[in-house]
Design a protein around this ligand. Structure first.
Ligand code: FES
Length: 223
């Protein structure tokens, strides 16, 4: 592990520990760039930090023959983009879709909990580029029906920065309903939790873009 610190606006930033492999992929990222005549491509943004990643794919007979990415994010995002493009190259689309942010983080030798959302962004980019290819080739737009299961899957993309685990698996979601366009959530988080506002805003940003959602009601409970 290496410690990296910095300064922003004259203030010292917290020290973040990165594995050697993260630093190596950050300093010498693989597969950086664009593919002009890509078969599938995406640009997605992270509700957690506002950063973006773009992915470009060349596909032959259902297999990824080339893949490149551009990152407008941080060191963790660049390192994750680099590792997942290496992992996805040569894989079938089904195999590539099965790559998770957890696989990427394991492959990198871990990421600090506050940086896990950067790996979620990179995986979202890969999946969106595959979806773009599939929609272009089939002519069918893949729109998943918004229901409680789908909302739960979206909430799994919200990472609790304290432990680097999503808020669903951290058992913070105590109640969820979706009726007549209104999502109601009860979330268990301490009033004094430093990440409370951050988590609540991220939930809103993930859910407000879902089709058919007109209101999100979040109740904070402390149990
Ligand atoms: Fe935005 Fe890492 S902080 S991608």
């Amino acid at each position: 592990m290496r410690m990296v610190a910095g300064y922003e606006g004259g203030k010292a930033l917290a020290v973040i520990k990165y594995s050697e492999k993260v630093l190596e992929h950050f300093r010498n990222p693989k597969n950086i760039g664009m593919i002009e005549d890509a078969d599938g491509q995406s640009t997605v943004g992270s509700p957690a930090c506002g950063d973006q990643v773009s992915m470009f794919l060349k596909i032959r007979e259902d297999r990824i023959t080339d893949i490149k990415f551009l990152s407008y994010g941080c060191a963790s995002n660049i390192a994750t983009g680099s590792i997942i493009t290496e992992m996805a190259k040569g894989k079938t689309l089904t195999e590539a879709k099965a790559i998770t942010w957890k696989n990427a983080v394991d492959e990198l030798g871990g990421l600090p909990p506050v940086k896990i959302h950067c790996s979620v962004l990179a995986i979202d980019g890969l999946r969106a580029a595959i979806q773009d290819y599939e929609e272009k080739t089939t002519g069918i737009k893949q729109e998943r029906k918004v229901d409680e299961m789908m909302i739960l899957d979206e909430l799994k993309k919200v990472i609790y920065p304290k432990n680097g685990i999503n808020i669903v698996d951290t058992n913070m979601i105590r109640y969820l309903s979706f009726e007549e366009g209104v999502i109601t959530i009860e979330i268990s988080i301490e009033e004094t939790d430093l990440f409370k506002q951050n988590v609540l805003e991220e939930i809103d940003e993930h859910l407000e873009v879902l089709p058919g959602v007109r209101k999100i009601e979040i109740k904070v409970v402390e149990y």
